[in-house]
Ligand binder design. Structure first.
Ligand SMILES: Cc1ncc(COP(=O)(O)O)c(C=O)c1O
Length: 245
C-alpha cells in the first residue's frame, strides 16, 4: 500500500505511515533522497523509523541510490542506525554516483542472514552483471577524485537551474537531493500535468515528467519534474524557452 508524501515539502507523513502498518505488513520500502520530489529523510525521521520497526519483524528496503547527491547535511542511511540496519536491505547504484545510469550496476547491503535469502532472488532476476562493467566500476572505485566531487557538481547545477528559472512563471522550492527539481506551473496553466507535459515536449521542446504518474491514486498538484543533470548550455536553452510561457 503506497503512503503518499504530502506536498509542499514531501517529507514523510509519520501518522499516515504508522497507520498503514498492520500485522500483515512484511516490508516497508523507502527512498531517500527521493525521486521525483528531491526530499530527504532527516536523522529524526530515521530514529523514528528505527523505533517504529524495532518491535516488529518487518523488513526495511531502503532505496538510497542518490546517497551522494545531497545538498545540505548528511545522507541518513539506514546503515547508520544499528538496530534498523539489522532488518534492512539498503540499495545503492553505481549508475547515479559515477554518471553511468544506463549500465544498471548497483549493490545491496544487508546482514548475512538476509543476504543469503536476497541472493536466491537475485540469482533469478539478474543472474549476473557483465564482466567489463564490473572491471570498469572497480577501476573507478580506486579513483576517489572521480566521485568525491559529485555532491558539489550537482549542487552547482541545482543552484544554476533554480536561478535561471526565476526568469519564468514556474515556482520552485529547491530540491534537497537527487538531480531532480519539481516546479509548480499553476501560474501558467490549469491543464492536467500529463497534458501540460506533452504540450511542453511537443510545442516548447522541453521534456519533463508529470508528478501525478508517480502516485497510486494520482493527485493533481500542477507539478512537473525537471532533471538538471544537463550541460549548462542545455539548461540555459531550456529556460530561455520556458520563460516565454
Ligand atoms: C529511486 C530510484 N531507485 C532506483 C533506480 C534505478 O537505478 P539504476 O538505473 O542505476 O539501477 C532509480 C533510477 O532512476 C531511481 O530513481
Amino acid at each position: 500500500m503506497p503512503v503518499a508524501l504530502p506536498a509542499p515539502d514531501f517529507h514523510i507523513n509519520r501518522e499516515a505511515l504508522a497507520a498503514a502498518i498492520s500485522p500483515r505488513t512484511r516490508a516497508l520500502i523507502i527512498n531517500t533522497p527521493h525521486n521525483p520530489t528531491g526530499a530527504v529523510m532527516s536523522a529524526e525521521d530515521m530514529r523514528w523509523l528505527e523505533n517504529l520497526l524495532a518491535s516488529t519483524d518487518i523488513f526495511l528496503i531502503s532505496d538510497e541510490v542518490y546517497e551522494h547527491i545531497i545538498f545540505s547535511g548528511t545522507h541518513e542511511s539506514a546503515l547508520k542506525y544499528p538496530r534498523l540496519a539489522e532488518q534492512s536491505f539498503v540499495i545503492s547504484s553505481f549508475g547515479k554516483t559515477f554518471h553511468v545510469t544506463g549500465w544498471k550496476v548497483g549493490y545491496a547491503v544487508a546482514p548475512a542472514s538476509l543476504m543469503r535469502e536476497f541472493r536466491k532472488v537475485h540469482q533469478f532476476l539478474t543472474f549476473s552483471t557483465a564482466t567489463p562493467l564490473q572491471y570498469a566500476i572497480a577501476d573507478y572505485l580506486k579513483q576517489p577524485e572521480k566521485y568525491l566531487h559529485v555532491p558539489a557538481f550537482y549542487h552547482k547545477k541545482r543552484d544554476k537551474f533554480c536561478a535561471l528559472m526565476q526568469e519564468t512563471r514556474f515556482r520552485l522550492t529547491a530540491s534537497e537531493g537527487t538531480y531532480f527539481q519539481l516546479a509548480d506551473y499553476s501560474a501558467i496553466s490549469d491543464e492536467a500535468d500529463t497534458d501540460f507535459a506533452v504540450r511542453l515536449t511537443k510545442e516548447v521542446g522541453v521534456a519533463t515528467v508529470p508528478v501525478s504518474v508517480f502516485y497510486g491514486q494520482p493527485k493533481q498538484e500542477h507539478l512537473l519534474r525537471f532533471c538538471f543533470a544537463k550541460t549548462d548550455q542545455t539548461l540555459e536553452r531550456a529556460v530561455e524557452r520556458l520563460a516565454k510561457l
